[in-house]
Design a protein around this ligand. Sequence first.
Ligand code: DON
Length: 596
Amino acid sequence: MRIALISGAFLALTGPLWAQEAADAVAPESATSIDAGAFEAISEPVADALRAKAEGRPFEARDWMIAAANPHAVSAGARVLRDGGTAADAMVAVQAVLGLVEPQSSGLGGGAFLVWHDGASGEITTLDGRETAPLAATPRLFQDEAGMPLDFFDAVVGGRSVGVPGTPALMQSAHDRWGTAEWSGLFNEAITLAEDGFAVSPRLASLVAEDAERLARFPDTAAYFLPEGAPIEAGQTLTNAAYAEVLRRIATEGADVFYTSDIATAIVDRVRGAEGNPGVLAPADFAIYEVKERPAVCVPYRGYEACGMGPPSSGALTVGQILGMLDRFEMPGVADAEAWRLIGDASRLAFADRGRYMADSDFVPVPVTGLVAEGYLAQRAELLQGDDALPEVSAGDPEFDHAMNWAEDESIEFPSTSHISIVDSFGNALSMTTTIENAFGSRLMVSGFLLNNELTDFSFRSHADGVPIANRVEPGKRPRSSMAPTILRRDGAPVLVVGSPGGSRIIGYVTKAIISYVDWGLDVQQAVSIGHAVNRFGAFDLEMGTPLETLAPDLEALGYEVNLRDLNSGLHAIAVTPDGLRGGADPRREGIALGE
Ligand code: DON
């Protein structure tokens, strides 16, 4: 076993070198990347934040900070924090605006996971606002009559994929626990923007154009995104009166109204009536929905602890396993293929365990403790001792609380989603990843918001060779997620608040951001910006247009298949440093980090 030894001299050699490269080479410009001009007019602080991002430097602040995917949403949260609200209050305002201006990614019709570090008590709490499968769902929900898995988009588009949304209840639950600002006021900015209109962002416009055919299938959805048959355009003013109305009701009556009134029955009707692909949601599914507080999963790494969301998310367990294995090795520099061999094969080992063991622990016994136990991680890390790529990788045998084994799973995950990081002036830190799953979710729209397709995060197959798959569909169960909202702490205090969209690549993005910050000494903006190399199941995906491309021959020589591709993360991170707060926003998306 190689001994973990991080040498200052080593970092001094590799850190600044790569830092320069990182500053020079962020993600390639794509049709969906930020067009600063679209947002500069919002306010002077937003213009400053956009400038910091464009120059590749962290936004600096003293008292509070927000990093999230859209300048309107960050501004709404900033107003709450400026007025003395907490991170939980600000999150409600940010999420309400995101649901309007970035509707393809998250909103009232979706679900989310939230990690909270409490400034007063130092406690970490995690809240599960994941969607649930209807009580009428069966393990064959995503199979045809012969028991064969449906094609992905045949399952996604329509009512079948829609789970009971958890985001409204999560907003309420976080506010009930940690909010101090008046609930009803937190929706003002979103309501005003919905009524007066907002400028469609370049990213939203391009995603609508790409998805026009699917959006056109449902009249309400088409009327909003394709008025008169043509996709909405960047810069066009869009209003959403139905969304303003539903926010007003939630603002005055509380999030309960979402689950118990005609809002819920309208969703049920839309889902059950979806032409060609109806679902089985019922009012009772809404009546029993609850946000669940779960034990946080915290794994030590180089004197820090990475804390995040346990099952039904695989996020913290998989990130934790990777870091836990790597903790036993010296980490070479970012430009060294050996670093990526270690990260890549640790990821493959963790993904093998994820596929076999991780699912909703209310339904299947998940060896949560066993998967990140010191002895188990040491044993798995032994497998990384060689010099080349592991020829084969399979799940290990973590200690179960009681005996249980599962077949390998076959879930598929595709892009959308959003991450919110907030630190307030009371020392609280909030990390929340929020989603409607696919871009535009199920494509069904009710009351001005889109409904999720989260149920397609379940395994479409229920069994493999007669052995049940842990993440199979079951009534009332929550689909396994990869979302990894994380708070990295040292001596009980937050150091880095981070998370990302990206489907199952989230795990690689978040892990890389942590390693960049801790091992390579990059600042928080560089940790977010530098190129990605992700290995989940054997092949290495290297981000096109970044210096990592140059590692391809070395990785191939180690035995990996290498693919160059766009890797569309949306990392939003806040570093808490002795000199103040530092924020990083992903150059691949439209967000900013802003604080005072
Ligand atoms: O919960 C999950 O893991 C997925 N539904 C998240 C989807 C996602 O991140 C898409 N990202 N671009």
